[in-house]
Design a protein around this ligand. Structure first.
Ligand SMILES: [Zn+2]
Length: 180
């Protein structure tokens, strides 16, 4: 698929995806809880309190992937390797799959999703989805080509490696500006 096709498709997808995400947020939010004390204490050195305050988490055993299929029903093949679905962020509401994440990976997993919360805050819902899907579609549906994911993983790895506190929000802003 050429880049132009990808751009056209990603605009169409972004509108549908944004509506879908708003619906998912509304469905999961009543069943979610604020971050627990341990998670909050681990994340606070890296995030602005304004990012973390609205974040609620819903735990489920596993995450089924109907979203991507519903979103891209014109595409015949599975676009993602769904083993990757250990967490998904709907604006300020994170759904985590407890069965696919070990105990020690749970806080780094929430860290990763909170990077997406900071990205959503910066880009807005439609802006986030547009960027996310543009790169995904243009690359021929490669999860690892999505810069928003690559950056979330990079920061997650720094956190997991015990890096000195840094500002995720500042990193997100400078990364997004550099990749414009
Ligand atoms: Zn991610």
């Amino acid at each position: 698929m050429g880049l132009a096709d990808g751009v056209v498709q990603s605009r169409w997808l972004a509108r549908r995806a944004a509506a879908w995400i708003a619906g998912q947020r509304a469905a999961h939010r009543p069943l979610a809880r604020p971050l627990d004390k341990d998670t909050m204490a681990s994340l606070e050195p890296y995030f602005d309190s304004r990012t973390l305050a609205p974040v609620w988490v819903r735990e489920v055993p596993r995450i089924d992937p109907p979203w991507a299929l519903a979103m891209i029903d014109r595409v015949r093949e599975l676009p993602l390797d769904f083993d990757y679905l250990w967490g998904i962020t709907f604006v300020d509401t994170i759904v985590v799959a407890t069965d696919s994440v070990s105990e020690e990976e749970q806080i780094p997993n929430v860290f990763h999703e909170c990077v997406h919360v900071a990205q959503y805050t910066r880009l807005g819902l439609v802006g986030f989805m547009h960027r996310y899907l543009e790169e995904w579609v243009a690359s021929g549906y490669s999860y690892w080509a999505i810069e928003l994911e690559r950056h979330a993983f990079e920061l997650q790895q720094r956190f997991s490696a015990g890096a000195a506190p840094f500002s995720v929000e500042a990193e997100v802003v400078s990364h997004l500006e550099a990749s414009l």
